[in-house]
Design a protein around this ligand. Structure first.
Ligand code: 26Q
Length: 809
């Protein structure tokens, strides 16, 4: 397709007319967005079709990335970028009197994820398409994504995220490809045709309807597919018997109970709650996904015995780990395979990524609940467990070990163990995280299956997180070193020789200032708050969780505030601290932390005696689209989790790529960032892993020692509960209790002094602009290795064994 500006203009006007019978002057921004989106999808559709045809015809191995979450955000801007028509479109719309940027702002985020894990899945889809790997997403089309956050009187209030209210221009409903998923009932084993078969009775059948979204590769012809499943009743919207009795409540109950399966994303990203609806969601999309993969596979006339040569299924954490049992069930019961053959194919097909070592996040399901909902699947898991326990016993002859490693124990099914046993690859998401998995959390399994374990450090797509979100920086890089880095992000290193060049430094500085001014304007327009672009922009944006230690950040700010009160002449560069974070609705302490941030903000922002040297802003409703705005204007990136707790982090990489200086503990991927950029270009503080592990193991930490011996901490903590923050003393009593009486699980007090010193180093470094800019440029230069293109290359080579495919048009 040879798209010209004139053609685009005429196509756009036609689209607006065909869809809404409107001309440009009569049309709203919403209609303009919807028309443009529909047009862009059309421009991609031929490539989409050809990609599918060629994958099928050429029998290439395909990857299916199974995830409960795909946090893809907005698609208009990234689709234009990947199709290579951003400036064409901008110019065309400008001719028509329309500002493309304003149109992009109309799109609702697809917020179908909680945070890191869901966003990682989205970056991976972009990378697979962009480097030509045949890889697709499989998940749930939630009617409601992660809740919208409002701050009312300093507290978080959750509002349903009705992201589909204006329709969704990117998806295509494929009702003709619906799949039946069965729940509950009884399994009747019968002996037919010389073998055992399993028939189901009294089950509930649910229809899974796929909605496909094109995943457009960057300036190639690849368009992969994100397939999200929605639950519907099979044929009866009403239970007819109840309907004819006039019992309308009962008559529609069934419909609502089925639809509830894909209604809403669970807003929890750590504590798992073992709710049956969550299990239903998991089985629903896993069963539909695998059935549809098998159906397509069979169209290629290849034997099922070679399934694993052509299909890889990757499971994003344990949430889809039921895939192990479901693939077994389909191979055994539907395809008539022997156990051994089915097992070989299943384990060769499936690979598993672990994203956390936090105990409360490890999924387990009570046997009784599981058995009732998925009786046949349960039988299969029992058999897998039995065979596995035998193997463990054979190897170690140690019943304690068998008990410790059993998939089913103490009344629960341990999904991580099922995932490990049923797959050929288990990976962590950063070097440190993988080492901890191997040596501590999963050491039994590492000993048993040493070859399964491997590391795949996370990555981020530099297309969304640099080219799209920071076009000025991206253009300067291209002007300076050419555009090779776009296809090969490791080439960003070519700007390193300019890191000490004053002219280049000035350009980088000006871009940061420009981005900060744009954001200051956004803040003024949306919140009516004035912020100073000449202050240091210090940003902590991520989910709210005790281990991420937003409280440490707040304590650092309070300490600085009290120092300024004591000494109004203290020479510091003014700072604006930004927080953005959603708390899980049931996570009380996290919600209290939001209130604390807002309370401290109100106190400090309104204290004129410190001459505006500190401002604090809580950014409401942190989301992908907000991240794209704030990250390019950050000077300082806060990555301050308790060492060993953050599996990787990915926000850390986004800030680095945009030239922020990171203040960090040596946790997750921060370690690898430090190795890449060098000790002088990152500000490290706090305990290292051995110290944390030894405190935890020996229980030798007493937070009150720090409270009693450090007058700064004493002042800060006393002031939480004595009314000096202008709230009732009871307001933060539970945070106080958590830190002192309950011994501060994540060592905030222990790391406080080191954090304050690190922040002082930041202040000093920022004063020396040449040094600061040299650091900033070094960070950008070394960030290329964290492109998810690199990560995906490694998954493809080491785990999936997929080949790149050039799509010919
Ligand atoms: C499970 C069961 C019930 C309800 C909710 C959940 C659930 C949902 C989401 C559990 C965990 C999550 C998400 C976890 C997550 O985002 N982990 C992050 O993954 C990133 C990508 O690998 C890492 O960079 C982060 O360090 C890790 O915290």
């Amino acid at each position: 397709m040879n798209l010209t500006k004139e053609r685009l203009k005429s196509d756009f006007k036609k689209k607006l007319m065909n869809l809404y019978a409107e001309s440009i002057p009569d049309s709203s921004k919403l209609h303009q967005y919807l028309a443009l989106g529909a047009l862009v999808k059309e421009y991609a559709s031929e490539k989409w079709m050809d990609t599918n045809i060629q994958y099928n015809k050429r029998h290439v191995k395909q990857v299916y990335y199974f995830s409960m979450e795909f946090l893809i955000g907005r698609l208009l801007g990234s689709n234009l970028l990947n199709l290579g028509i951003t400036s064409l479109c901008k110019d065309a719309l400008k001719d028509l009197g329309i500002d493309l940027h304003e149109i992009e702002e109309v799109e609702n985020d697809a917020g179908l994820g909680n945070g890191g894990l869901g966003r990682l899945a989205a970056c991976f889809l972009d990378s697979m398409a962009s480097i030509g790997i045949p890889g697709h997403g499989c998940g749930i089309r939630y009617d409601y994504g992660l809740f919208e956050q409002r701050i009312v009187d300093g507290y978080q209030v959750e509002i349903p995220d009705n992201w589909l209210k204006n329709g969704n221009v990117w998806e295509v409903k494929k009702e003709d490809k619906a799949i039946v998923v069965k729940f509950g009932g009884k399994v009747i084993p019968t002996f037919e045709n010389n073998r055992l078969s399993f028939n189901y009775q009294d089950y509930e059948a649910v229809l899974a309807i796929p909605y496909d979204t094109p995943i457009i590769g960057y300036k190639n012809n690849t368009v992969n597919t994100l397939r999200l499943w929605s639950a519907e009743t099979i044929d009866k919207d009403f239970d007819l018997e109840s309907f004819s009795r006039g019992d309308y409540t009962k008559a529609v109950e069934h419909k609502y109970s089925v639809q509830s399966i894909s209604q809403v994303l669970y807003p929890d990203d750590t504590r798992v709650d073992g709710k049956i609806l969550r299990l239903k969601q998991q089985y629903f999309f896993v069963s539909a996904g695998i059935q549809s993969i098998i159906r397509r596979y069979k169209k290629g006339n290849l034997p099922m015995s070679r399934f694993d040569e052509f299909i890889a299924i990757h499971i994003n954490d344990t949430h889809p780990s039921i895939a192990v049992a479901e693939l077994m069930r389909l191979l055994l019961d539907e395809e008539g395979m022997s156990w051994d053959e089915a097992w070989k194919i299943t384990t060769n097909t499936i690979a598993y990524t672990n994203h956390t070592i936090m105990n409360e996040a490890l999924e387990k399901w009570p046997i009784e609940m599981f058995k009732k909902l998925l009786p046949r699947t349960f039988m299969i898991i029992e058999e897998i467990d039995k065979r596995f326990c035998n193997e463990v016993n054979e190897k170690y002859n140690d019943l304690q070990k068998v008990h410790d490693m059993a998939i089913i124990s103490n009344g629960n099914i341990k999904m991580a163990y099922l995932a490990i046993v049923g797959s050929h690859s288990v990976n962590g998401v950063a070097r440190l995280h993988t080492e901890i998995l191997k040596n501590r959390e999963l050491s039994n399994f590492y000993d048993f299956y040493p070859d399964k374990f491997n590391n795949k450090t996370n990555g981020i797509t530099h297309r969304r997180w640099l080219i799209k979100s920071n076009p000025k920086l991206s253009n300067l890089i291209t002007e300076t070193i050419g555009n090779d880095w776009i296809h090969n992000p490791n080439k960003l290193i070519d700007i390193l020789p300019y890191s000490k060049n004053p002219v280049f430094q000035k350009k980088i500085y000006d871009i940061k200032q420009n981005n900060k001014m744009d954001f200051a304007k956004h803040v003024k327009d949306h919140y009516g708050i004035v912020i100073d672009p000449n202050s240091i922009f210090d940003v902590q944006v991520k989910r709210l969780h005790a281990y991420k230690r937003q409280v440490l950040n707040i304590f650092g700010i309070l300490d600085l505030y009290y120092r300024l009160k004591d000494n109004p002449n203290l020479e510091i560069t003014p700072r604006t601290y930004f927080f953005g974070a959603k708390a899980a609705p049931g996570y009380y302490l996290a919600k209290q932390t939001i209130k604390l941030i807002n309370t401290v903000a109100a106190k400090i922002n309104n204290d004129s005696s410190i001459n505006n040297k500190i401002k604090i802003l809580f950014l409401e409703n942190y989301s992908v689209s907000l991240a794209e705005k704030i990250i390019p204007c950050a000077d300082v990136s806060e990555q301050i989790s308790t060492t060993t707790k953050e599996a990787s982090g990915t926000g850390n990489m986004k800030f680095m790529m945009n030239g922020a200086i990171t203040i960090a503990t040596l946790d997750g991927a921060n370690v690898e960032m430090k190795d890449a950029v060098g000790n002088d270009n990152i500000v490290i503080f706090g305990m290292e892993k051995d110290e944390v592990m030894s405190l935890e193991k020996n229980k030798t930490y007493h937070s009150s020692d720090y409270y009693n011996s450090d007058s700064r901490l004493k002042r800060i903590i006393d002031n939480l509960v004595n009314g000096s923050l202008n709230v009732p003393p009871s307001e933060f009593a539970d945070i106080h209790k958590y830190l002192i009486a309950n011994n501060d699980e994540y060592f905030v007090l222990k790391d406080f002094d080191s954090y304050v010193q690190a922040q002082n180093r930041i202040d000093k470094l920022y004063k020396d602009r040449a040094t600061w800019m040299q650091m900033s440029i070094s960070n950008i230069a070394h960030s290329g290795i964290f492109s998810s293109d690199n990560t995906i290359e490694q998954y493809s080579k080491d785990i999936w064994k997929t080949k790149k495919v050039d799509i010919n048009i």
